[in-house]
Design a protein around this ligand. Structure first.
Ligand code: CDP
Length: 211
């Protein structure tokens, strides 16, 4: 049984949905590292100031077993999903001191094992010794379509063409940044979910996790 599972990939590939399903089936803890970058972005947006080491000093980010997100003791699960926060998250994620702080927190959260962690740099930087690494992707059109449907379902106003643009820009920034860019680890298994259902992707990851 693979005790530490890392899932990386671009925006909207389905990482968090399949990670939640797999974590529930394996009774593992799911750690959504993107939610942590989103929480930092929300804190900066709400402060009206650019993110700084000062702003991060006593930040408290908690993820509970139902994947709810808490920032400084307040639940922000919904607030962190807006396109504005997505974009700002990708900006703050370029900063070395932000990545260092969150990477430390993420490693501490994974220390007990039996975890599925998703993000951009989990297999390459955060948990390079993970027992199973997946790089989950899909075409940009399909990923944008999924994100558009997700936003609509959450009651967040969105425009498909705008979502394509936003995702393309964010993927570019995430892949081209200097520190811990989005990349497939050399020992990661590539899964293209363009023509697969969420259940099919989850089944494949569960098969790999238990083989
Ligand atoms: O849900 P989606 O795939 O759109 O994004 P996310 O996983 O919530 O991540 C939001 C942003 O946080 C990404 O665009 C990255 O810039 C950043 N991020 C990162 O740099 N490293 C991670 N391990 C996770 C997220």
């Amino acid at each position: 049984m693979k005790k530490i599972i890392a899932i990386d990939g671009p925006a909207g590939a389905g990482k968090s949905t399949v990670s939640k399903i797999c974590a529930a089936r394996l009774s593992y803890t799911y750690i959504d590292t993107g939610a942590m970058y989103r929480a930092v972005a929300l804190k900066a947006l709400e402060s009206g100031k650019p993110v700084s080491e000062e702003l991060l000093r006593d930040i408290e980010i908690k993820l509970d077993e139902s994947a709810r997100v808490f920032l400084d003791g307040r639940e922000v699960t919904k607030e962190i999903r807006t396109p504005e926060v997505s974009c700002r998250a990708s900006d703050v994620a370029t900063l070395g001191y932000v990545r260092k702080k969150l990477t430390e927190l993420q490693r501490a959260m994974a220390a007990r094992g039996s975890v599925i962690m998703d993000g951009r740099d989990i297999g390459t930087q955060v948990l390079p010794n993970a027992d199973l690494k997946i790089f989950l992707t899909a075409t940009v059109e399909e990923r944008a379509r999924r994100r558009y449907e997700e936003l609509k379902a959450k009651g967040i106003a969105a425009d498909l063409a705008q979502v394509v643009k936003e995702i393309t820009l964010r993927d570019k920034q995430d892949s081209e940044r200097e520190i811990a860019p989005l990349a497939q680890a050399a020992d990661a298994i590539l899964l293209d979910s363009t023509h697969l259902t969420i259940e099919e992707v989850a089944a494949e990851i569960l098969r790999l996790a238990t083989e």
